[in-house]
Design a protein around this ligand. Structure first.
Ligand code: NAI
Length: 225
């Protein structure tokens, strides 16, 4: 496949394409036009064509897109065609929730280990994965094929832990702690902040309410003699 430099904006949209195409595959759909995909995803057909043209154009005039082929090509681009070893640092509420979510494994993210400092948690097993003492972290990373670390510890602990992970060879941090991490250029961080997402939702629902309020006021003014 011919692949040119793909913009971050396009990359950020790929997981959504991947999810929709996966659903189409499950429904037995073999091909789809950009128009049909556009109606399903609520993205314009031209945006879809532009996005997918980045990968050498999987679509054919009059045929549309081959769903399976497109799904597999996007998987390759996203690196989902190979397994990724993942460890979870912090086996509290969030760490255990992630470990209990089986879908990550279906996507190739294999939870290899969990680590904590709380003696009451160390030794417990969550869906087949033992919670280990955080002191065992470095040798574990050295001996196991681990690429990604999920950071689900308090934010005060996160920068120091990130340094340890980087020194131990971790190249990707899935950061849930509410703090910005400073890492070398060859390490990638993906911040996940549910509360920020909730704030955006709050903004949208409030602006919608304000808009309706204004419309009501305008309508009431018009009615007045
Ligand atoms: P929790 O208190 O249930 O779990 C935190 C765990 O980290 C505890 O078991 C604790 O013993 C362990 N821990 C503390 N320092 C450690 C260290 N140096 N090494 C290894 N383990 C250590 O807290 P919860 O609810 O699971 O939240 C964890 C973190 O995730 C918090 O920072 C919280 O603010 C954040 N969070 C972020 C969300 C997001 O959307 N980004 C959503 C929910 C929580």
């Amino acid at each position: 496949m011919e692949q040119k430099q793909i913009s971050k904006a396009v990359i950020s949209r790929l997981p959504r394409y991947y999810r929709y195409l996966g659903e189409l595959l499950e429904d037995g759909v073999e091909r789809i036009s950009s128009g049909e995909l556009s109606a399903k995803m609520k993205v314009t057909a031209s945006q879809i064509r532009q996005d997918l043209n980045n990968f050498g154009g999987f679509g054919q005039q009059g045929y549309g897109y081959n769903v399976k082929y497109l799904y597999m090509e996007i998987a390759k681009i996203l690196g989902l065609d190979r397994p990724h070893g993942l460890i979870i640092i912090g086996a509290g509420n969030l760490g255990q929730a992630i470990a209990n979510y089986t879908n990550f494994e279906r996507r190739g993210f294999i939870i290899k280990g969990m680590f904590d400092i709380n003696p009451a948690l160390i030794g417990r097993v969550v869906r087949g994965v033992e919670i280990r003492d955080a002191r065992e972290l470095e040798p574990f990373i050295a001996e196991n094929d681990v690429q990604i670390a999920a950071l689900t510890i308090p934010k005060t602990m996160a920068p120091e832990m990130a340094d340890r992970l980087v020194k131990a060879g971790i190249k990707a941090i899935w950061n849930f702690a509410h703090t910005d991490l400073v890492v070398p250029d060859d390490v990638v961080v993906e911040n996940v902040h549910l509360s920020e997402s909730l704030m955006r939702l709050s903004y949208r629902v409030c602006s919608m309410q304000e808009q309706k309020e204004k419309e009501r006021e305008r309508a009431a003014k018009k009615k007045r003699p």
